[in-house]
Design a protein around this ligand. Sequence first.
Ligand code: FAD
Length: 492
Amino acid sequence: MAALEDQTPFLFRDSTDKATFDDAVWGRVFNHQRDRSREPLAVCRARTVADVVAAVELGRERNCRVSVRSGGHAWAAWSVRHGAVLVDLANLVDADGSRVSYDEDTQVVSCSPSTTGETLNTFLSAVDGGKGRMFAGGHCPEVGLGGFLLQGGMGWNCKNWGWACESILAVDVVTADARPLRCSTAEHADLFWAARGAGPGFPAIVTRFHLATRPATQLYQSLYMFPIAEFKSALQWVVDLSPTADADTEIVVVTSYLSPSDETPTVLANLTTFKPSLAAAQAALQPIHDSLPSSLSPSATVFCQHTTLAAEYGKQRAANPEGHHYISDNAYVAADGTANIDIAELLAGPFTALPTRKACALWFSMAPTAQRALPDMALSLHSEHYVALYAVWEGGADLAAGSGPSADKDEDGERCAAWVANAMAGIERHSVGSYLGDADFQVRRTRFWSEGAGQRVRAVRRAWDPAGRICGFLDVGDASGVDGLRNEFEWL
Ligand SMILES: Cc1cc2nc3c(=O)[nH]c(=O)nc-3n(C[C@H](O)[C@H](O)[C@H](O)COP(=O)(O)OP(=O)(O)OC[C@H]3O[C@@H](n4cnc5c(N)ncnc54)[C@H](O)[C@@H]3O)c2cc1C
């Protein structure tokens, strides 16, 4: 007789040995900053849409909520919720057994939500008779498309190509009342609207994304490294050139320790251009190179070096090591209505005083995308300056039962939490809001959508999940329920 595990995708907390259940709950969660007081009732390791339907029906039968996991990379482990049925989509495949499929005629790729950006692009690089296509997914290779796309998706060259969710053509879902449906602009349009920016507030479970792809290109990169003392002038140089820079070029400034033995962090300006040839890449990067002010003295410069997506994924993997504790927060910094903000002055404090050797601070150019009107979708807020802080440290105990993230008692953890909190206290009043993807609603309340879109997210949640079956936003005490987030600044 087949083992129970072969017959059912469910593991129940009360009837599964602790190590097995613990691994099913936490084994695929990237962040080791974990609140172990959150104990699901059961884990459904879904392989088919029917398994997802069964998980929602179990939630209804037991009168409990259902949480969802695609890639497990939500910083605050949103998939792990107390008393819920956790639907883990790691092994979900289509009816034909495929995780990813491609239509040569439409150039549309369809994939399971647990597919990672790296897996998708490896697959796409070989399609169209070997010419290759790409999808501008997340920078970190292991981020799942599920969480990434639902919250908007700040993918490759987002500053010019726009948000990754703008490439979603349709989603297949299982609703909160356990019905499989397809949503697009033509079918269940309000749910499709929410699938592009409601993030963890999406009131259904996506089982398949249908995505437009773009032609694969070559990648070339210019890198400029500056001593930390030059942070303000280096950032200002890049801020000024970004809005009019080449339209296939992604622009980022990061401060981080390049080596554990370094006394101070380094400022790195990274310009990655997606072009078919070296000549085209040089034409894009030369004007930027020529605009470097003579007052700046880079400690190292790389001009227009060939790279690959695989190499860039490798760098991201190294910058975000596994098995570590993380706290992240972010803001869309913008002009305050009366005067332009001195962005370099505003960021200098937190960007030059990182709390650990593994932490980093990032400024990501969103101009000119931030100046154009967005399509009608839940994602409705951004600005030309995306600022994110990533506190990273080793070791430390899991969070004490029932406590919030700031309760970790190890010294590095306390220093990291203080760095993020103090920095955001200084930055948030100059922001128009924040991106869901690098946020933790248990720690800081802010805006994530325009006012109208925020209200519509709440209305779509009430319409499609009046019983609050799908967990939604994890705020303080996990209390937001059907209503969702208030979408307002805490300090107003
Ligand atoms: C190392 C690292 C690098 C990152 N880099 C980027 C980046 O370059 N760009 C960017 O935009 N973001 C980035 N992020 C943020 C990341 O996109 C979000 O954390 C995202 O939520 C992760 O998606 P996931 O599926 O892996 O996470 P999960 O933890 O599996 O999912 C997060 C939540 O999203 C919802 N959800 C996920 N899948 C589904 C589904 N199928 N149906 C319904 N709801 C679902 C659920 O509420 C779930 O709990 C990064 C995060 C990390 C840890």
